[in-house]
Design a protein around this ligand. Structure first.
Ligand SMILES: Nc1ncnc2c1ncn2[C@@H]1O[C@H](COP(=O)(O)OP(=O)(O)OP(=O)(O)O)[C@@H](O)[C@H]1O
Length: 271
């Protein structure tokens, strides 16, 4: 679990994070959403230690990360997997070499063991026949898979993903969202995703944090979001008529599912 307590961060006179407190649980896909400039990336960078907070605590499994020295932070850093925008693969390395890189850096495994582990994660992200290809030779969706494979190769407890769907078509975005969600559940990872994608919010958001001007404005699940009365959140998510319609449809689905459950039925099989 990751817990943030009263996080504040300013750049000069400008306060970017204003007393943010929240909890993110293992096995859940935790989404951070909000308008451009609301502080999502700064929040994520403070969580992984790429930026220092001015005050407050970032706590990993009851250990105060913010109070640690760089040396003390190292074991937690090794439990963190990250996937940044654009996948950030090394262009001069093959897919296999890219995925093996964290193992080369941080593990004492033999070459044979490292190769076996690389194959395991490439299989997990369903990337076939791509081991010897270079990033320039594969599609955007495949690059994301490589990035995910590399992020999980050290068996992380925590996974941070910044805008997983940037540059992907809607169909590939859904596949990548599902992959991130499945991996989160399968390996009981605490996953934090920064996203603008409303499909991701509706499909993958076990726990959604809505940031507004540096504050945590709202949090809840993708089911809660459709019943929320928070005006700022509603204006942000359901601004268009299209999303208003989706909200009403989702509400009806939830009511129908609840009615089925009451009767002892299985909602999905009756839809
Ligand atoms: N290193 C920095 N120095 C000064 N200001 C910064 C720095 N990093 C971020 N900011 C400012 O902090 C604010 C929040 O930025 P942040 O990148 O967290 O927004 P965001 O919600 O992630 O936006 P987007 O969705 O566009 O990525 C912005 O006003 C930005 O200019």
């Amino acid at each position: 679990m990751i817990e943030l307590k009263n996080i504040r961060k300013s750049f000069g006179e400008k306060e970017i994070l204003k007393d943010v407190s929240l909890k993110m649980e293992a096995g859940k896909t935790n989404l951070i959403i909000g308008a451009s400039g609301s502080g999502k990336t700064v929040l994520m960078k403070c969580m992984v230690g790429l930026m220092n907070v001015d005050s407050g605590q970032v706590i990993y499994n009851n250990e105060d990360f913010t109070a640690m020295t760089d040396k003390e932070k190292k074991p937690i850093r090794q439990e963190i997997g990250m996937l940044f925008q654009g996948s950030a693969l090394f262009d001069s390395m093959t897919v296999e070499q890219n995925v093996m890189f964290p193992l080369d850096m941080f593990s004492n495994k033999s070459y044979k063991e490292r190769k076996k582990r690389v194959q395991e994660v490439l299989d997990r992200v369903q990337l076939k026949d791509a081991n010897n290809k270079f990033p320039a030779e594969i599609s955007g969706g495949m690059k994301k898979r490589v990035g995910i494979a590399r992020a999980i190769v050290l068996n992380p407890k925590y996974l941070f993903v910044d805008e997983p769907n940037s540059g992907l078509d809607p169909q590939t975005s859904l596949v990548i969202d599902k992959l991130i969600k499945d991996i989160t559940v399968d390996f009981n990872i605490t996953t934090v995703v920064n996203t603008h994608d409303m499909n991701t919010v509706m499909e993958s958001g076990d726990h959604i944090i809505y940031m507004h001007q540096g504050k945590k404005q709202w949090e809840g699940s993708n089911e809660d979001i459709i019943f929320s009365e928070d005006k700022l959140l509603n204006d942000f998510i359901f601004a268009s008529e299209f999303f208003q319609d989706i909200k009403e449809m989702r509400k009806m689905e939830v009511f129908r599912d609840k009615a089925w459950r009451k009767k002892g039925g299985t909602p999905s099989s009756n839809s």
